[in-house]
Ligand binder design. Structure first.
Ligand SMILES: [Zn+2]
Ligand SMILES: [Zn+2]
Length: 483
């Protein structure tokens, strides 16, 4: 007998954790962080307690209370741990944290499966981001040095790394009794996949996050055609935008962008999501169209480099963009009073490779020739406008989602104040979603034609009944038996 249990993303967007069981085989599809639930309890000033994070998250409903799943260094702080893992793998649809973020808490002896693009992005998180990112392995916590002579020191977590087996997707692969067919799909991050999952109790299709209006819409359509050929029993479908009619697409956006940037004389400043390489491509095209260069930040440059090293071919190349190297720390970049070694110490080790990169530019370069550039500038980078000094004719394009909660609204007010300060207000809003519209979800369901549909990653699960007669609505953690 097989079953499906949703341990997250029930009546909310994100935090997907789908347990699929077939006899003794137990697999999780995604193991994500629910930003909604997290935001209900935590803020920058009220952070989780690291030493009891798993039990605290369980008590708040952010993690399911299951044994044989979590890393033992944390679990043994509050209960007995099982010597062997009780789960056979975590299969990741894509590297957004609401799908992959909580892999950091999963035992390293449970292997993960993902696409090369997904692996590359998770690697970048681990190497260059603040926060708790331990996907390719864990840094064992709460250890004291074993040496008898010096048992008074805590072990630094970087010296006690336990690697995790990360298996890259094959066109189809088996984990014990379950056969998995991954299909690359269109979404707002590289490496996104949907799945056909064959179990002894029936065939399940899981969309992950998907859209049909981006640069890789044909990927999504190919997945739909293939999924339909399996005559599936259950379609686990995301429904983020089920209430939205047809959506404005990435190519519409690029077209509108061209006409906005065409006649601008000063600097064009833009904010778009840091890992959305398709949006980056739209701005690269706009830059080419106006004889400018797109300037991205070092983290984005590092992302492109890592994607390239992982052979992901459908993303921009590093030689198509300029890399912004801001002054940091002491602010002594290019100050000849300080030796280069001192200048370098203002940067993290992964950033050093970009400081003297042939494509790097500084605030002075942009200031000298503002109409040569489109400068990507996110919230944290607004302060560099003091050095860049955008001239009067400059504009700001906001290419991220509209604020959806109070916190985002407060942040946007701050952005507005910065923009007013630099004469960049009002701004132009230009964005399209990473998620399929209601129309496209309905069309997908019609074409895949599953016997039942199970909504996930949506605040409006009941709306699926407007186009499917058999909608499975289960509570968080409630098992749905299959065959
Ligand atoms: Zn998501
Ligand atoms: Zn996503």
């Amino acid at each position: 007998m097989s079953s499906i249990t949703l341990h997250g993303a029930v009546e909310e967007i994100g935090g997907n954790k789908i347990l699929i069981e077939d006899g003794a085989t137990k697999l999780f599809f995604d193991f994500g962080l629910s930003f909604g639930k997290y935001g209900n309890y935590f803020s920058p000033y009220l952070q989780p307690r690291r030493y009891s994070i798993i039990s605290d998250y369980m008590n708040l409903g952010l993690l399911p209370n299951l044994t044989g799943l979590y890393r033992q260094d944390y679990e043994k702080r509050f209960r007995e741990t099982s010597p062997e893992p009780k789960y056979d793998g975590v299969i990741l649809s894509h590297p957004h944290l609401d799908h992959a973020g909580f892999l950091s808490y999963v035992r390293p002896d449970i292997p993960a499966y993902c696409s090369p693009g997904c692996k590359a992005i998770l690697q970048v998180f681990e190497e260059s981001s603040y926060g708790f990112h331990q996907y390719t392995g864990i840094k064992e916590s709460f250890k004291i040095r074993e040496s008898k002579r010096d048992a008074t020191k805590k072990v630094k977590d970087r010296t006690s790394f336990i690697p995790r087996e990360i298996n890259l997707f094959k066109p189809s692969f088996k984990i014990d009794d379950i056969t998995i067919h991954p299909f690359p799909v269109d979404h707002s991050v590289p490496g996104a996949n949907s799945f056909v999952i064959e179990t002894s109790g029936g065939t399940i299709v899981y969309t992950g996050d998907i859209r049909f209006h981006g640069r890789r819409a044909t990927f999504s359509q190919t997945f739909v055609d293939k999924a339909a050929s399996f005559d599936p029993d259950v379609l686990i479908s995301e429904g983020t935008n089920i209430h939205e009619p047809k959506t404005y697409g990435e190519m519409d956006l690029q077209q509108d962008l061209f006409s906005i940037v065409e006649n601008i004389r000063g600097l064009i400043i833009v904010n778009f999501p840091v890992r959305d390489t398709d949006r980056m491509q739209s701005f690269i095209e706009a830059a080419k169209h106006t004889d400018r260069s797109l300037v991205i930040n070092m983290r984005q440059a590092y992302t492109l480099k890592t994607l390239e090293e992982n052979n992901v071919s459908y993303v921009p190349r590093l030689d198509e963009v300029k890399i912004f190297v801001p002054r940091k720390g002491w602010g002594v970049l290019n100050d000849m009073n300080y030796p280069i070694e001192i200048q370098m110490q203002d940067y993290q080790s992964w950033e050093n490779q970009f400081i003297e990169h042939e494509n790097s530019v500084t605030a002075d370069d942009i200031n000298a020739n503002p109409d040569d550039y489109i400068f990507r500038c996110d919230f944290a980078e607004l302060k560099h406008l003091f050095d860049i000094k955008p001239p009067k004719e400059s504009i700001y394009i906001r290419s991220v989602t509209e604020p959806i909660d109070e916190e985002m609204e407060l942040d946007q007010k701050k952005v507005d104040n910065w923009l007013k300060n630099f004469g960049l207000y009002p701004y132009t809003q230009l964005h399209c979603s990473g998620h399929a519209s209601g129309y496209d979800l309905q069309e997908m369901s019609k074409q895949i034609n599953p016997k039942k549909i199970m909504p996930i990653h949506t605040e409006r699960p009941t709306e699926f009944s407007s186009f499917h007669a058999d909608v499975i609505l289960k509570a968080l953690g409630e098992k749905y038996p299959l065959g």
